[in-house]
Design a binder for this molecule. Sequence first.
Ligand SMILES: C[S@@+](CC[C@H](N)C(=O)[O-])C[C@H]1O[C@@H](n2cnc3c(N)ncnc32)[C@H](O)[C@@H]1O
Length: 446
Amino acid sequence: MVTAPTATDLPPSQAERAIRRRIARHGPITFAEYMDRALYGPGGYYARGNVGTDYYTSPQVHPAFGALLAVQLFRFWHLLDRPDPFHVIEPGAGDGLLGRDICNAASHLPDGFGASLRYVALERHARGPGSGSIPHCDVTGDALRLPFRDVTGCVISNELLDALPVHRVRMERGRLRELYVGIQSDVADGYEGQLVEIAGDPSTPMLENRLSDLGVDLSEGQTAEICLLLDDWAASAASALDAGFVLTIDYGRSAEDLYDPVERPHGTLVTYLSHRQTDTPLAEPGRQDITAQVDFTSLRRAGERAGLTTVGYMPQGRFLTRLGLQTMRRSGLPRESANAGWITIPMNPEGALPDALAEPFLPQPDDARDWLTGLTHLARPGGLGDFRVLVQAKGITADRAEAAMLWLEDGATSDEHTPAGLAAMIPAEALTLGPERFRLGRTAML
Ligand SMILES: C[S@@+](CC[C@H](N)C(=O)[O-])C[C@H]1O[C@@H](n2cnc3c(N)ncnc32)[C@H](O)[C@@H]1O
C-alpha cells in the first residue's frame, strides 16, 4: 500500500469527492476508473476544460506543426484521388488549435485542396466556440465511438491516446497483481482517509492476455500500465473510414521498450500540475493531468485487427523535418528579424538547446526568438521530436498506401509536388504565433 502525498491544502475537488463517494460505497476501483473520473468525470481535469494549462503540446508550441501536417494531408488527398469533400476528423482536439493551423495552411496549398477540406474537431467535453484569436472546439464526440461512417479522408490525433485511462499492474512474488485505488482504511469513517494504492487480483484476464500476447514478462516488483482502450480506439477510427488514413501522433514507444524492466521499472505514468511534473497520481484528482506513454506495438496490432494496414512509423522530428521543417524555418521567420541575419540553433547530443540560450537570441526581438525556439522544439530529440507518428491506412491499394510515406524519402517523389515545395507555399502570415501559443522562448522549461 502506497500513500498519496498531500500536494496542497486545498479542499477536495468535485472530482475527488465523487471518487471518494464511489469508493466508500463500492470499494476500491481500478486505476483506469480512477483516471477516467479524475480526468473526465464531473469536475474532472479535462471536463473543466484544462488544455495546456499544465503542459504544452506541439500545436500550442508552433503553427508549423499544423502546417506541416497539412502538407502530409495534401499527400493523402492526392493518393485518394482528390475527393471533394475530403474529411479530416480530429478527436481529442483540445482547444482546436491544430485544426485551425491545418485549415489555414491548407488554404495556401494547390489544386483546390483547401476548398475540399472538411475539418471536424471533436472533444469528449467540447469547450464551445473561441473568442478572437483563441480557437475552441465546439463539437462533442467520443473518440472511442466516432459518430462517422464511410468517410473518405483521415482520422488524425495528437496526444489523445496518452490521455486514455490505463490499468496499472505490478509483478509481486511471481503473480500479476492489479493496482486499485482505495481509501486508507484505518481512518474511522472510511471517507476522510487518504487515497491509497491497493494491490489485488486483476480485474480482467485481458491484462494478463495483453502482456502474454506481447511476450512481455514483467520482472519482480516491476510496475506497468496497460491501456485496454486501444482496440476500441482502432475499431472506432477504422469504422469511421471507408477509405483513407489514420494518423496518430503521441509520446510512447514499442512494447519491448515500454516494458523494459531496467529502463522503466516503475512504468511511465506521470502527472502534471502548473507545468511541473509531479508524479503523484493519487494527489489532487481533478486538478492535475495524468498521462502514460502509448504502447505503439499494441496500437499497431489493434489497428490490424480492425482492418487497418500499418504504412509508416517514425519519430516526430524526422517526420516534420522530411515534411519541410527547414523550409518553413527559412520562409516563416517573423519579418522584423529578417534583417538580423540567419540564426542557427545548435543542439547538443542530448537534444538540449545551447547553454548560452540567451547569447544567440538576445539581439532578436521576442517574437523571433519565440518563433525559432518553438519551431526547433517540434523536432527536438529528447522532447517533442521523439514523439511517435503512426500512419495506418484503410481501403486503398498497397502501393498507394506505401506511397503515402515513401514521398518523405529523398528523391522518391515522381509527381510534381515535393514536401519542401509544398511547405514553401505556406506564407509567413500563416505561421505567426499569436497570443494563444505557449511561448517557449520566454520560459524556464527548456
Ligand atoms: C493531452 S490533450 C491534447 C489536446 C490536443 N490534441 C493538443 O494536441 O493540444 C488530450 C485531449 O483528449 C481529449 N480526450 C480524451 N479522451 C477522449 C475521448 N474518448 N474522446 C474525445 N476526446 C478525448 C481530452 O479531453 C483532451 O482535450
